[in-house]
Design a protein around this ligand. Structure first.
Ligand SMILES: *Cc1c(COP(=O)(O)O)cnc(C)c1O
Length: 228
């Protein structure tokens, strides 16, 4: 299947999942382009893709170099503190904020570049597969520590579900992230928002949307299997 046909199919499935949940809002599709050559990315951009996601700083920085300001760049992978500087000029959204030291560095670098960087807190809801992300109970104390950072803005939450076909496990994971975001909303912090819930990948994005996702990160579903 071509990238064109895959995108049409995914957009249909997003629409149907929204309909099933009776939702009238939108879901943003982040096309995950890790390991891909830029010609494939340009093909997707020509087909209307705007947001692209990468999980490695070096690869993302190389693609920023080539593609310039055309796409919106999402950092979706684990982020080492000493690599923030390579992303600071062009990154649109960092999905993997998971510790204070990283928040401090993002804030510092953003300030030096005279910008405010949007971030999502990565939460390890399932506590199973994924090595990264904060425990649910640590999220509110974390928010209270980073509220004063003026050049880092928290816009929502992100999670990676366990690698499983078990629909119950997937649904519970996504529901857990949704419930946490509702709990944070109740706190009414004026400095942050909970507008974005980044959850759902190729194998589970429909369940994620049914559970409240409004940003999905899809790679193989658009571009086919990756060659590492
Ligand atoms: C690779 C990756 C994705 C996309 O995975 P697919 O199964 O190819 O859709 C989404 N999120 C993160 C964090 C990833 O590393």
């Amino acid at each position: 299947m071509s990238i064109h046909d895959n995108l049409l199919g995914i957009n249909d499935r997003i629409r149907l999942a929204l309909d099933r949940s009776g939702r009238e809002d939108e879901v943003k599709l982040v096309a995950v382009t890790k390991t891909l050559q830029v010609d494939k990315i340009i093909e997707a951009l020509d087909l209307g893709v705007v947001d692209i996601g990468e999980n490695k700083v070096q690869e993302l920085a190389e693609k920023m170099e080539i593609l310039g300001d055309r796409p919106k760049y999402h950092m979706i992978g684990h982020l080492q503190t000493n690599k923030v500087k390579f992303l600071v000029e062009k990154v649109h959204l960092i999905h993997s904020l998971d510790r204070i030291s990283l928040a401090k560095e993002i804030d510092k670098r953003a300030k030096a570049s005279n910008r405010v960087i949007d971030t999502l807190i990565q939460v390890n809801v399932s506590q199973e597969d994924s090595k990264f992300g904060m425990k649910e109970e640590d999220v509110i104390p974390f928010i209270e520590k980073v509220l004063m950072f003026e050049n880092l803005r928290i816009k929502g939450l992100m999670t990676i579900a366990p690698f499983t076909d078990d629909e119950v496990v997937l649904r519970n994971t996504f529901r857990g992230l949704y419930n946490l975001s509702e709990k944070i909303k109740v706190e009414n912090y004026k400095e942050i928002s909970m507008d974005i819930l980044s959850m759902g990948m190729t194998n589970d994005f429909e369940i994620a949307i049914e559970e409240g996702s409004n940003m999905i990160r899809v790679g193989t579903g658009i571009f086919g299997e990756r060659n590492y």
